[in-house]
Write a new protein. Structure first.
Length: 203
């Protein structure tokens, strides 16, 4: 189903639904394949600086969603470029992942610590005793938070590594007029995008 947030711009898309319940709209879309993460990320940032909305840009969805929609776990990038059934996702930058990992670690440390402080305060505990309780409860939580953050970060890296192994990282760019069409194609190619082309629909 089309997310209404994706319909920014001058064109008013007309959604159509095919036999397998995949909804497409009549707004063209450029697509390129990247052989490494750095080129892909630079292309993404440049497109954003040139005025493309984050809703205009999409990447390959989770492998679980891919299996659910297409019935297979192994794929090649070339097989997915122009398939409207392919699940999409928003790009999450390395910086955003770093912030998320920090939030996981911080949250895991502070929540148990606040609970320990509240318990000690309610019991009339001294400052030293309260601090000791925070240390006892907080340190294991910090370790757990670090492990969770590491797992999230590794999953993020694996997500792109698997795509590179299977032909490259896919980036789709919704192009609502001829000027944006040319700009998107030139930018994808400028950052070593492969097989850059435009199809006359988007999802």
């Amino acid at each position: 189903m089309v997310n209404s947030d994706l319909t920014e711009g001058a064109m008013t898309p007309v959604p159509t639904t095919n036999a397998d319940q995949t909804t497409i709209i009549n707004v063209p879309e450029a697509v390129g394949v990247f052989e490494n993460f750095d080129d892909f990320q630079k292309a993404f940032y440049d497109l954003r600086m040139m005025g493309f909305s984050r809703y205009d840009l999409s990447v390959l969805g989770r492998e679980e969603d891919l299996v659910e929609k297409l019935g297979k776990s192994y794929f090649r990038a070339a097989d997915l470029e122009d398939d409207p059934r392919v699940p999409r996702a928003s790009f999450v930058s390395e910086e955003a992942m770093g912030e998320l990992e920090g939030a996981i670690v911080g949250g895991a440390f502070f929540i148990p610590s606040y609970i320990a402080m509240a318990v000690m305060a309610a019991a009339g505990g001294a400052v030293a005793a309260t601090a000791a309780a925070v240390a006892i409860v907080g340190v294991p939580a910090l370790v757990i938070g670090s492990l969770l953050a590491r797992r999230v970060g590794q999953q993020h890296k694996d997500y792109y590594a698997h795509q590179i192994e299977r032909g490259g990282i896919l980036l789709w760019v919704r192009v609502q007029d001829e000027e944006k069409r040319n700009l998107a194609v030139e930018t994808l190619k400028a950052h070593s995008g492969k097989d850059v082309h435009v199809h006359e629909w988007s999802t």
